[in-house]
Design a protein around this ligand. Structure first.
Ligand code: NAP
Length: 461
């Protein structure tokens, strides 16, 4: 028996409160981090290793033994070893018979092997009860204690009792087990940590597509059209003017798309007269990525603010202002202030500033560290009421700024409407439908449906 001599202190205050012995195969990063956490939680930990030598990295109160010796000391054995080395377990099959083997392994690629690592482990050691767990938690998070965002541990296995034993350990470590069913779920659990921002895919691809579309749309109207018809070279618009058109357009459309699925869901529920039928898959997925859509929209709005701040120092703007002043001097004519235009300009700026302020507030409240500290009603108030107010302010900001183009036929270059007009379609649709939905007759029915009322309830059997 080999007791290692690390000076790592176990935080368990009272050793008489010791829980059962747990065995961990492998003294690598994860094995050590998990062992350390288990000792802190009152477990007696025995490591099974190829070399039963002391190391200052291994928790002080743990034993390090050979695999066969360690396995005999515990009913639960956590396999903190890569899948490709599982073969070494086959000769230990007799000792491992009837034991609970916890597979914590991950792969490098999604669906890397035909069967999950946990199912493979069950094939290598057929007499053992294999449970999949812990693979979504990193060794670093376990060791540093920064588990706030990842307290949930997915668990699956065919033996209910074995699964229960593992879930008890998970709870004792201060984590939350989530039972995912039989070992068939292991492949999905193993793929989970390999996914790259799954909720961000749709918002990112959508915004890339819309950015490309509106960039070329504005390029055609603002650069190519004047070049062909007026022989003017406005190609420098590509650097600031066009991005400063595309960013607010994207921000407004994406903000509209955050609230559109909510009104579509309300229409579907009103039409069906029940909330107990599933929404179509595409709507479910859309609703799940609303936060990401909103954050991408906020990013576009922030870039728009930055672009707007540099407008006064642009060479083109300074040239236009000075040549306008010079032309007034040459013509000996002073153009008096148009108060209507001044009102319009100040109003659209004020709406934009207020809209952006609320937009930032929405973004901040969507952060887990903030949203965890408000109750459900407060969260709904911010995300729904303030969210719609933000949408109204930003839509009004665009309407006041771009509304003038609706009336001038000259703005329809090549019969194409100005890009600002297109950006108003989604938010205006959302606001109009929402306005209709808050009519008392519809709102009352919708509230009843959301409280469980059904227009045509199924007869009870
Ligand atoms: P690691 O640092 O490479 O440690 C693996 C351990 O496996 C080694 O320290 C060694 O322990 C043992 N080992 C290596 N080759 C072996 C062989 N041929 N036969 C028997 N044992 C062998 O890896 P790790 O990061 O701790 O990861 C271990 C497992 O946890 C992996 O399956 C990984 O997917 C999973 N995991 C890791 C993390 C993480 O954050 N690191 C997170 C989730 C899941 P001994 O020298 O003591 O024998």
């Amino acid at each position: 028996m080999n007791k290692n001599s690390s000076n790592t202190m176990a935080l368990t205050p009272n050793t008489s409160n010791k829980r059962e012995t747990v065995c961990i195969f492998g003294t690598g990063d994860f094995g050590r981090a998990l062992g350390h956490k288990m000792i802190q939680s009152g477990y007696h930990v025995v490591f099974g290793s190829r070399s039963a030598q002391t190391s200052s990295l291994i928790p002080k109160d743990a034993e390090v033994l050979s695999h066969a010796e360690a396995a005999q000391k515990a009913a639960i054995i956590i396999i903190a070893i890569q899948r490709q080395h599982y073969d070494f377990l086959a000769p230990l099959a007799e000792i491992l018979h009837g034991k609970v083997l916890v597979d914590i392994s991950n792969n490098l690629k999604i669906n890397q092997y035909p069967e999950s690592n946990a199912e493979y482990l069950a094939q290598v050691v057929p007499g053992a009860k294999v449970v999949k767990a812990f693979n979504t938690i990193s060794a670093w998070a376990l060791q540093s204690g920064t588990l706030d965002a990842s307290r949930q541990v997915f668990v699956c296995g065919n033996d209910v009792e074995a699964k229960q034993m593992v879930m008890d350990i998970i709870r004792a470590l201060g984590l939350t087990p989530l039972d995912q069913g039989s070992l068939l779920a292991a492949q999905q659990i193993e793929n989970y940590p390999l996914q790259l921002f799954p909720m961000w895919k749709f918002p990112v691809f959508l915004s890339l597509g819309l950015t490309a579309f509106f960039f070329f749309y504005c390029l055609i109207l603002e650069v190519i059209y004047p070049y062909i018809y007026e022989n003017k070279d406005f190609s420098f618009f590509i650097a600031i003017s066009i991005p400063n058109m595309v960013c607010p357009i994207l921000a407004l459309i994406l903000l509209g798309l955050v609230y559109l699925p909510g009104v579509l869901a309300a229409i579907i529920q009103l039409y069906r007269g029940t909330k107990y039928r599933r929404f179509p898959d595409w709507l479910d997925k859309w609703m799940l990525c609303r936060k990401q859509l909103g954050l991408v929209a906020l990013a576009f709005a922030a870039v728009h603010v930055l672009y707007t701040l540099v407008i006064p120092i642009r060479s083109f703007v300074r040239w236009r202002t000075s040549s306008y002043t010079v032309s007034q001097a040459l013509n000996n004519k002073t153009v008096s202030l148009n108060t209507t235009n001044a009102w319009l300009s100040d109003s659209y700026l004020a709406l934009g500033i207020l809209g952006f302020f609320l937009f930032v507030l929405l973004g901040i409240t969507s952060l887990p560290s903030v949203s965890n500290n408000v109750n459900w009603r407060e969260f709904r108030f911010v995300q729904s009421k303030l969210g719609y107010l933000t949408l109204i302010l930003c839509t009004a900001h665009t309407l006041v700024y771009g509304g003038k183009w609706f009336l001038y036929p000259s703005s329809y270059k090549w019969y194409l409407p100005h890009a600002y007009m297109l950006s108003l379609i989604v938010p205006c649709t959302v606001l109009v439908v929402k306005f209709v939905l808050i009519f008392p007759c519809l709102d009352k029915t919708l509230t009843q449906i959301r409280q469980g009322w059904e227009r045509n309830p199924k007869p009870s059997e």
